[in-house]
Design a protein around this ligand. Structure first.
Ligand SMILES: Nc1ncnc2c1ncn2[C@@H]1O[C@H](COP(=O)(O)OP(=O)(O)OP(=O)(O)O)[C@@H](O)[C@H]1O
Ligand SMILES: [Mg+2]
Length: 459
């Protein structure tokens, strides 16, 4: 069932219930007080007549001789009949509404001396029967009657009025809440239409155009737009990532295929050329496997895979990395310094990968004869690693981008054709995973200094 219909039904139900409760109580109070008033009139008159009659009997008269005038009671719309003890007529007042001379009810069956009877022609009557006593003997009965026709008619009219007001009220409540629900939900409709359009077309560049007042719905629209923006960013960067990755993979594959074609087609290649072609092919294969390993690291980062952490000695890692680099074919001098035990909490493989990324960059972007310094250090609150070089440096305009995936500065491209721009984005992920941060200071043409700060383990 649509929300709009549900809201309308609920408000109709609540409003109808309230309206019914109010009108029914008004009706009940009104009718009870009206009928009670009739009983009060009857009882007042009956008691008065009884008092007069009993007084006359006491003074020696008899009921049949009572000269008591009943006419004046007809003014109150009450018809009074006096009967003797066996129910025979003695006297009667004027009959104001031509009330039928109702037979005396069987008093033994009546719980109270009040009784309602219906005359087919004149409608309902209320009757009160009061015994007249002479000492301890009932000598007669006063039968007082009043017509309920007027009250019945007025209450019937009131009933119709209540019915009409309740129906009109319900109709107005239904129309009002239908209109209000429509107005309130129109924003939701706009949002759902946009969501549907996006689902069909995958156009994350769409936005919800909500022009209503500043309320919860405008907030929802705003949040929805923010979500769309981040989805769009993720979608675009995903596409870019795939485009870059396939482009980067194509280059080494093309070289490898070309080299293999040459080897297959040409039979008499001189041995030294053969060695060169094979060496070239091997380099490209190594480059490709490094690229694939980097892509895998980033895929793991994106998947938010859980990483096993333990206590890691950064000095030990630096020592290992230094001896690995010393074995590389390089034209720069390397100096490594470490304090005895620089302990942090982390993943040993990833931290070693971080050190290798920084060291590899330093070696790659430092021209022949340059100097590289690697260090693992401790200060009062942190422990850290540092990779400083006297290399080509980084232009201040490139600095904000070097941690982006596939970003390589112009000067880096000119200096070295190797590399695909993934190293530092992996480094950043590793540092953030360990709750640390990375700071770069660099002067173009003079060198760069990468400092990583990690949480320290207190001994
Ligand atoms: N030590 C450095 N000296 C000068 N520039 C650097 C240094 N380290 C990084 N850069 C700059 O930052 C860019 C990004 O570095 P990153 O390590 O991510 O990629 P890469 O070294 O080009 O390729 P990859 O590491 O994926 O093989 C580099 O292209 C270079 O412009
Ligand atoms: Mg690199």
């Amino acid at each position: 069932m649509p929300i709009r219909l549900r809201l309308t039904l609920w408000s109709c139900l609540i409003f109808g219930f309230l309206l019914a409760a109010i009108t029914i109580s008004i009706y009940l109070v009104h009718s009870t007080s009206n009928y009670k008033e009739q009983d009060r009139i009857l009882s007042k008159i009956s008691l008065h007549i009884r008092g007069e009659l009993e007084k006359e009997i006491k003074e020696g008269g008899s009921l049949s001789e009572a000269r008591f005038s009943l006419e004046k009671f007809s003014l109150n719309g009450v018809y009074v009949l006096i009967n003797d003890a066996s129910g025979n007529y003695i006297a009667a007042s004027l009959n104001p509404f031509r009330a039928p001379d109702a037979p005396l009810p069987d008093l033994r069956k009546m719980k109270r001396n009040l009784h309602t009877f219906t005359d087919p022609e004149f409608g309902r009557f209320r009757m009160m029967v009061t015994p007249v006593w002479d000492a301890d003997r009932v000598v007669g009965y006063i039968q007082a009657e009043i017509s309920l026709k007027q009250i019945d008619t007025s209450l019937a009219r009131l009933k119709w009025l209540i019915f009409f007001v309740t129906c009109t009220g319900l109709f107005l409540a239904a129309a009002g809440s239908w209109f209000l629900a429509r107005k309130a939900l129109s924003g939701v409709e706009i949002i759902s239409q946009t969501a549907q359009a996006i689902a069909v077309s995958q156009g994350f560049d769409r936005r919800v155009l909500y022009t209503g007042a500043k309320d919860e719905l405008s907030q929802l629209a705003e949040t929805f737009n923010e979500m769309l923006e981040s989805l769009e960013n993720a979608f675009v960067s995903q596409r870019r990532f795939i485009a870059y990755a396939s482009h980067e993979l194509r280059a080494p594959l093309t070289t490898i295929r070309g080299n293999l074609d040459i080897l297959q087609r040409m039979k008499n290649i001189p041995p030294e050329d053969q060695v060169e072609i094979l060496g070239d092919t091997r380099r490209e294969a190594i480059r490709m496997s490094k690229l694939v390993a980097d892509l895998l690291s980033l895929a793991r980062a994106d998947a938010g895979q859980e990483i096993r952490m333990q206590i890691v000695d950064l000095s030990k890692l630096l020592k290992e990395v230094e001896s690995e680099i010393q074995a590389w074919d390089k034209k720069v001098s390397i100096q490594a310094e470490w304090e005895p035990s620089v302990m942090t909490w982390g993943n040993e493989d990833l931290l070693k990968q971080l050190l290798l990324i920084l060291a590899e960059n330093a070696v790659r972007y430092t021209p022949e004869g340059g100097h590289i310094m690697l260090a693992a250090y401790l200060d009062s609150r942190h422990c850290g690693i540092r990779a400083a070089d006297t290399g080509i440096g980084i232009d201040p305009r490139d600095l904000p981008n070097i941690f982006e995936r596939f970003y390589r500065s112009e000067s880096a491209r000119m200096h070295s054709s190797e590399g695909s721009g993934l190293g530092l984005s992996i480094a950043k992920w590793i540092v953030e995973l360990h709750g640390g941060n990375i700071i770069v200071t660099s002067v173009p043409g003079e060198g760069s200094d990468f400092q990583v700060r990690l949480p320290k383990i207190k001994e």
